[in-house]
Design a protein around this ligand. Structure first.
Ligand code: NAP
Length: 536
C-alpha cells in the first residue's frame, strides 16, 4: 500500500566518495533524503577493493576531500600514495566526524527504479522487494562499480577459494603455502601480483594482453613533508584545478618530435625515476595525440621492460602489442616486472594457450591444467555504464535507460542528467570529465546541489534536460575526443568488456575536453540560471 512506502525528497544510490559528499551537502541544504548503499559501510571503491597491494596511484594529498579544511589539518597521509586500508580509515573518519552514517541504509541493493510521470516521483525497488519513493533520484554509482567475472565455463566447479578483486573478503586471505592463480593483468593485477608473489608458494599469472606500467616510487611521508603538505593545501588544490585531469601533473609544452634523441632520453629517464603519473601526463604534450610521438615513447617503455626482466622470452610476452604507451589508463607499479624474475612466479600466455575452462582443481588451458588452491579474478569492470545497466531504470512510458544506452551513446547534459529521464541526477555519469576522481566529484556534486537548491527555491518538482542541449553536449563530447589516440583503444574507459554481451564496440564515455573547461561550463550554466534545463 502506497502510504506504507517511505517517501523522500531525494533518494541517493551509493555511499562511496560521491555519496558521502552528497550526504554532507544534502543535509546542509535541509533536504529530506536517504542514501542506499549495497555494502555494509561507506567508502565505495575503497570499501570493496581490499585486494593485496591496492592503493592510489595519484598523490594522496591531492586526492582526499577538500571541503573540510579542519580535517585536512587533522589527518596525516602516511604514504605519498595511500594504501587502501589507510584510505578507508580516512573515509571512515570523514563519516564519523560528520555523522554521515545516520542518513545511510546499508546492505541495500537497488534492483529497479521507475518514474511516475504524473506524480514526478521515482519508486526505487530493492533486491529484497522493499521500496521507497523520492522526487529526485541521485546516482552515486561511480564508474567502476560493476565488477565482471570472465566468461569462462566451469567457474562454479572450482573447489578452492576464488575471489574477484573488487569483492575481496574482509578477513585476511593467506597465501602462505598456497598455489595461487591470477587471471588478468590490468591495473589491479599489476598491484596485486607483486604482493601475492611475496608469500604464495607458487603464483601463476594468466595473461591475455599485457599492459604498460611504470614505477610508482611510493614512500612514507616524513614529519617534515607532512608539515609542508598541510601548509600548502590551498596551493595543491589550486594546482589540481589548473590541469586537464585535476592531477598535479601537467604536460610538458614541447613536442617529443622537436627535441634531440639525447634530450628525450634524459627527460624520460627523469620521469621514469620520479613518483606518480609524470611519465604519463607530465610527458611531452603530443605523446597521447601524435602517433609518431607515441611510437617513440612506446619504444622507450619497451626497453624499460626488457631491462627489468631477466628472461628475454618473458619480457617479450610482457610488452603490449595491441596499444601504444599511455593509451589506456596507465597502471603504476611497485616491483611488478621484477615479480616475474622470481622462481615462484610463472607467466602463462593465454594468446598462445587460451583458457578452455575452470575445473575443480584449477584452470585448464589448451596445453595443460594448472592446479590451484586460490584463484583471483582481476578481470575488471563493466565500466561507466555497467553500474546503471545492472539496475532496471525506467523513465516515463517505461523507457529503459539500459535500452537507450545499449547501442547509442548516452545523451546527457554535462553527464549529469540523461535526456528523457526526469529527476534522475548523476554524479560521474557518462560524459562527465575524468581524472582525479574526488576533485571532479566535489564540483559535480556542487553542480547537482545547485540544481536542487534552484528547484527548492522556485517550488519545482520536475527537472529534465532540453533534448537539443543534450544533443549539443554529445556533439562537444565527440568533438573533444577527436585526435585522442586513446579514443581508438578498447578498454573499460571506451566501454569495452569482452565478458559482457553487447559491449565489444568502442564508445566515447567520458568528456575529454579537460576538467577546467568542464567546470567552467558547469559554473556558467549555474550562473545563468540553468536555461539548458526545463523545470516544472
Ligand atoms: P582492467 O584494466 O579492465 O583489466 C582487466 C584484466 O582482466 C585485463 O588484463 C583483461 O585482459 C583480463 N581479462 C578479462 N577477462 C578475461 C578473460 N575472460 N580471460 C583472461 N583475461 C581476462 O581492470 P582492472 O585491472 O580492475 O582496472 C580497472 C581500472 O580500475 C583501472 O584502469 C583504474 O582506473 C582502476 N584502478 C585504479 C587503481 C588505483 O588508483 N591505484 C588500482 C587498480 C585499478 P584483456 O586485456 O585481454 O581483456
Amino acid at each position: 500500500m502506497s502510504e506504507n512506502i517511505p517517501t523522500y525528497e531525494a533518494a541517493v544510490i551509493g555511499s562511496g566518495i560521491s555519496g558521502m559528499y552528497v550526504t554532507y551537502r544534502l543535509r546542509e541544504l535541509g533536504v529530506d533524503f536517504r542514501v542506499f548503499e549495497a555494502g555494509s559501510d561507506v567508502g565505495g571503491t575503497w570499501y570493496w577493493c581490499r585486494y593485496p597491494g591496492a592503493r592510489f596511484d595519484s598523490e594522496s594529498w591531492s586526492y582526499g576531500y577538500f571541503f573540510d579544511k579542519e580535517l585536512l589539518q587533522e589527518w596525516d597521509w602516511k604514504e605519498h600514495f595511500s594504501p587502501q586500508p589507510d584510505t578507508l580509515e580516512h573515509l571512515y573518519l570523514v563519516a564519523d566526524k560528520h555523522d554521515l552514517r545516520r542518513d545511510i541504509t546499508f546492505n541495500a541493493n537497488v534492483a529497479a527504479a521507475e518514474f511516475d510521470d504524473e506524480a514526478n516521483q521515482w519508486t526505487v525497488t530493492f533486491e529484497d522487494g522493499s521500496r521507497v519513493r523520492a522526487t529526485l533520484l541521485i546516482s552515486c554509482l561511480g564508474v567502476l562499480s560493476a565488477p565482471t567475472l570472465p566468461d569462462i565455463p566451469g567457474r562454479d566447479d572450482f573447489q578452492g577459494q576464488a575471489f574477484h578483486t573488487a569483492r575481496w573478503p574482509h578477513e585476511p586471505v593467506l597465501f602462505e603455502g598456497k598455489r595461487v592463480g591470477v587471471i588478468g593483468t590490468g591495473a589491479t593485477a599489476i598491484q596485486a601480483i607483486p604482493e601475492i608473489a611475496k608469500t604464495a608458494e607458487h603464483l601463476t599469472v594468466f595473461q591475455r594482453h599485457p599492459n604498460w606500467a611504470a614505477p610508482l616510487h611510493n614512500s612514507k611521508t616524513t614529519p617534515e613533508e607532512q608539515k609542508d603538505i598541510k601548509a600548502r593545501y590551498e596551493e595543491i588544490y589550486a594546482r589540481c584545478w589548473e590541469t586537464a585531469g585535476c592531477f598535479i601533473h601537467t604536460p610538458d609544452p614541447r613536442s617529443a618530435l622537436d627535441v634531440t634523441p639525447e634530450e628525450r632520453e634524459a627527460f624520460w629517464e627523469k620521469l621514469y625515476s620520479e613518483p606518480g603519473f609524470g611519465i604519463w601526463i607530465g610527458n611531452y604534450r603530443d605523446i597521447l595525440t601524435d602517433e609518431r610521438a607515441n611510437a617513440l615513447a612506446t619504444e622507450y617503455m619497451t626497453r624499460k621492460i626488457r631491462e627489468r626482466i631477466d628472461d628475454p622470452e618473458i619480457a617479450e610476452k610482457l610488452i603490449p602489442k595491441n596499444h601504444g604507451f599511455g593509451l589506456r589508463r596507465l597502471p603504476l607499479e611497485s616491483g611488478y616486472f621484477e615479480a616475474y624474475n622470481r622462481s615462484n612466479v610463472r607467466l602463462v600466455d593465454l594468446l598462445e594457450a587460451p583458457i578452455e575452462g575452470i575445473t575443480a582443481k584449477g584452470v585448464r588451458t589448451t596445453v595443460e591444467e594448472h592446479e590451484l588452491d586460490i584463484l583471483v579474478y582481476a578481470t575488471g569492470f563493466d565500466g561507466v555504464t555497467g553500474g546503471y545497466d545492472n539496475i532496471d531504470i525506467r523513465g516515463p512510458g517505461g523507457r529503459r535507460l539500459r535500452d537507450d544506452w545499449k547501442d547509442d551513446l548516452p545523451k546527457t547534459f554535462l553527464g549529469v542528467i540523461n535526456d528523457g529521464f526526469p529527476n534522475l541526477l548523476m554524479v560521474l555519469g557518462p560524459h562527465t570529465s575524468r581524472g582525479n576522481i574526488p576533485r571532479h566529484i566535489e564540483k559535480i556534486v556542487d553542480f547537482n546541489i545547485g540544481i536542487i537548491r534552484h528547484m527548492r527555491e522556485n517550488g519545482y518538482s520536475r527537472i529534465e534536460v532540453r533534448p537539443e542541449e543534450a544533443e549539443k553536449w554529445l556533439a562537444q563530447v565527440k568533438d573533444v575526443n577527436e585526435g585522442r589516440l586513446a579514443g581508438k583503444i578498447a578498454s573499460w574507459q571506451t566501454g569495452v568488456n569482452a565478458n559482457v554481451p553487447g559491449r565489444q564496440t568502442i564508445r566515447v564515455l567520458g568528456y575529454y575536453g579537460g576538467a577546467v573547461r568542464y567546470r567552467e561550463q558547469a559554473e556558467q550554466v549555474a550562473a545563468e540560471g540553468y536555461k539548458e534545463l526545463l523545470f516544472r
